[in-house]
Design a protein around this ligand. Structure first.
Ligand code: PAP
Length: 336
């Protein structure tokens, strides 16, 4: 089956002019400073030339493995907001609140993976030939992209009022999550990809949609320049203070919560515990990427890198992080 990690789609004229590197034994091509699989690059080109934004479109953006699936679920739930909440202000006991939602046949997240509702443009939309007609989508349309800010169509990043929500994560947990994810594409007879090789690649900036730090910094700077257009979130902040961060997110999306229990419902509805135990996510398959849905729901913890990194690796990546982010005002430590 053709999926986004196949190399069947090529742009021969363009590809042969681009720098190439190996990533998990597959070729990546560097275009305008960032690394792509041929398949994604072709889709990115179609996205750039064919996408027509609407003023109220919302774009989620992220490097890989920084909380995309969580953000998709959260924004979808916030914008959809047909939550089954009581109107009174009494808090629902936690056990009842959970039962109520789990029993909720109306919750689309119980039927499909979040990526079914919030499509990644260069993976699920512009890979089709011709791309599907998006004009009939309910407003505001919600999309996701892993593309760097500089690769977005000018119609989005320069000349529209579309909102962008970005999610970043500390680089160490991002790399570990990526390592687990890409190992799922290895053949059963293959051993996991050597972690030290994955580490060196990441440190050199070679990873899908990377360099990681350039990706993060582009959106960070845009969020400082235009805070009403670009909201910059961090995975660690969402874990530490879900209520505060989700309220901030809902206000940015112009769907502010009026009651705390609405926030609690969204938090639970989109929680890793709930999503990973839904039948669709336990046994369903992601047809676009060609993996089981369950690979998107793993440990979801802050500091998982400690299980993989040596002290030397930790020190080296700390130094790179410090150097790359110096003067930017951005901190990506796991406890910030
Ligand atoms: P993608 O970029 O390929 O779409 P993405 O969703 O960003 O992947 O990353 C998956 C990570 O988010 C996993 O992290 P881990 O490998 O460190 O465990 C996954 O567990 C985590 N994740 C997925 N859904 C949630 C959620 N609802 N809450 C918290 N973390 C989540």
């Amino acid at each position: 089956m053709d999926n986004c990690y196949d190399d069947s789609c090529k742009l021969p004229d363009l590809l042969e002019q681009l720098p190439q590197e190996s990533f998990w034994d597959k070729p990546l091509y560097q275009w305008d400073g960032f690394w792509y699989r041929a398949y994604h690059l072709e889709a990115a080109m179609a996205f750039r030339s064919q996408f027509r934004p609407l003023q109220d479109d919302v774009f989620l953006a992220s490097p890989m493995k920084t909380g995309t699936t969580w953000l998709k679920a959260l924004c979808f739930s916030i914008l959809q907001r047909q939550l089954d909440v009581d109107d009174d202000d009494d808090p629902i006991p936690e056990s009842q609140a959970k039962k109520k939602i789990v029993d909720d046949e109306e919750d689309p997240l119980a039927k499909n993976h979040p990526a079914f509702y919030v499509k990644t443009l260069e993976v699920q939309v512009f890979t089709e030939k011709p791309p599907p007609d998006l004009s009939g989508m309910k407003s505001p349309r919600l999309f996701h992209t892993h593309l760097p800010y500089s690769a977005l169509p000018d119609s989005i990043n320069k000349s529209s009022n579309c909102k962008i929500v970005y999610i970043a994560r500390n680089p160490k947990d991002t790399l570990v999550s990526m390592w687990h994810f890409f190992n799922k594409f290895r053949k059963p007879e293959q051993a996991p990809f050597p972690f030290d090789k994955a580490f060196e690649c990441f440190c050199q900036g070679i990873c899908l949609f990377g360099p990681f730090f350039d990706h993060v910094l582009q959106y960070w700077r845009e969020s400082l320049k235009a805070p009403n257009k670009v909201l910059f979130l961090k995975y660690e902040d969402l874990k530490r203070d879900p209520k505060g961060e989700i309220k901030k997110l809902a206000s940015f999306l112009e769907r502010p919560f009026t009651k705390d229990k609405q926030v609690d419902e969204v938090i639970w509805r989109c929680s890793l515990d709930r999503l990973k135990n839904l039948e669709v996510n336990k046994n369903g398959v992601d047809p676009w990427v060609g993996v089981q849905n369950n690979v998107y729901f793993r440990a979801g913890i802050v500091g998982d890198w400690k299980n993989m990194f040596t002290a030397e690796m930790s020190e080296k990546l700390d130094q790179i992080t410090q150097h790359k982010l110096e003067g930017s005002g951005l901190h990506l430590d796991e406890d910030t």
